[in-house]
Design a protein around this ligand. Structure first.
Ligand SMILES: [Mg+2]
Length: 243
C-alpha cells in the first residue's frame, strides 16, 4: 500500500463549508433598520465598523458566535440611541439571534463532494471556533456530520490550540492538513507548527487582510478557488501525486 502523507485532515466550518458571514451581514442590516426607525441614521459601513469594534472589545468576555454578536448589537444600540432603545426593540434583536441560530445551513459549492471523496481515505475533523451548542447544531443542520470522525469546537485557533489538538489525536503536525478560509485562523498557525494548509478564500472575506505565507512554508501551502478542486489537490500532495 502506498504511504499516505496525511493522518488527519481538519476542516473549518464557517465560510469554508457553509455560509456564515452573510448571515451576520444580514443581521447588521436588520439592526440598521431598527436604528433607522429610532431616528438614528447610520450607513452600512458605519454599522459594520461600530458593531465590529464592540465585538472585538467583547471577545474576551463572550468569545465568538451569535450570542456574542447579539450582545454586541444591544450594547451598540444603547450607545447609538443614547439609551433610548426600548424593550420591544431589544426583543427584536433577540429574535434576530434566534433566527440566525436556527436558519438553514447553506453549503459552499463542492463542500459535500470534497468530504465524500476524502473521508474514505482520511480521518476528517471539523475544527471550528465559537459556541459549542451553536456549532454542533450547525453541523447537524448541514447534513455533513457523517463525514467527520471528530468535532473540535475551540475558542481560538492559535498555534497552541492546534498543537494541543494534534497531540490529543496523536498526529504529527507534519502529517496534518487544514482546510479553511481564514489565513489568520486556519492557515498561518498550522503552517507555523509544521503542518500543511489549503486556503479556500470565501468571496465575502476575500478583501480582508491577506497575511503573508512565510517563504519556508510555501511548499506546504495551496490556495484553491473552490472546494470542488480539493480532492484532486490533496491527491497531488501525496507522494507520487501529480499537481
Ligand atoms: Mg471560517
Amino acid at each position: 500500500m502506498r504511504e499516505r502523507r496525511f493522518d488527519l485532515i481538519g476542516f473549518d466550518g464557517d465560510d469554508t463549508l457553509w455560509h456564515n458571514e452573510r448571515d451576520y451581514r444580514d443581521g447588521r442590516e436588520r439592526f440598521r433598520a431598527i436604528l433607522g426607525r429610532m431616528g438614528v441614521a447610520v450607513t452600512e459601513d458605519e454599522i459594520e465598523e461600530r458593531v465590529n469594534r464592540t465585538e472585538v472589545k467583547n471577545l474576551r468576555f463572550y468569545g465568538y458566535g451569535v450570542s456574542s454578536f447579539v450582545l454586541s448589537l444591544i450594547e451598540t444600540s444603547i450607545q447609538l440611541t443614547d439609551g433610548r432603545i426600548t424593550g420591544g426593540e431589544i426583543a427584536e434583536l433577540l429574535d434576530l439571534a434566534k433566527a440566525m441560530l436556527t436558519s438553514d445551513v447553506e453549503l459552499f459549492e463542492g463542500a459535500r463532494e470534497a468530504l465524500q471523496a476524502l473521508s474514505p481515505t482520511y480521518p476528517l475533523v471539523l475544527v471550528t471556533k465559537g459556541d459549542l451548542l451553536h456549532q454542533r447544531s450547525k453541523l447537524d443542520r448541514s447534513g455533513l456530520g457523517q463525514y467527520f470522525r471528530d468535532v473540535e469546537v475551540v475558542s481560538h485557533k492559535t498555534t497552541d490550540v492546534y498543537a494541543g489538538l494534534l497531540a490529543r489525536h496523536r498526529v504529527e503536525p507534519s502529517r496534518f492538513l487544514m482546510v479553511g478560509n481564514s489565513p489568520r485562523s486556519d492557515i498561518l498557525p498550522v503552517l507555523e507548527i509544521g503542518g500543511w494548509a489549503v486556503h479556500v478564500p470565501a468571496a465575502l472575506s476575500w478583501a480582508h487582510e491577506h497575511d503573508e505565507v512565510p517563504e519556508g512554508a510555501r511548499h506546504r501551502y495551496v490556495e484553491l478557488r473552490t472546494l470542488l478542486d480539493l480532492a484532486d489537490a490533496v491527491r497531488a500532495l501525496e507522494p507520487g501525486g501529480h499537481a
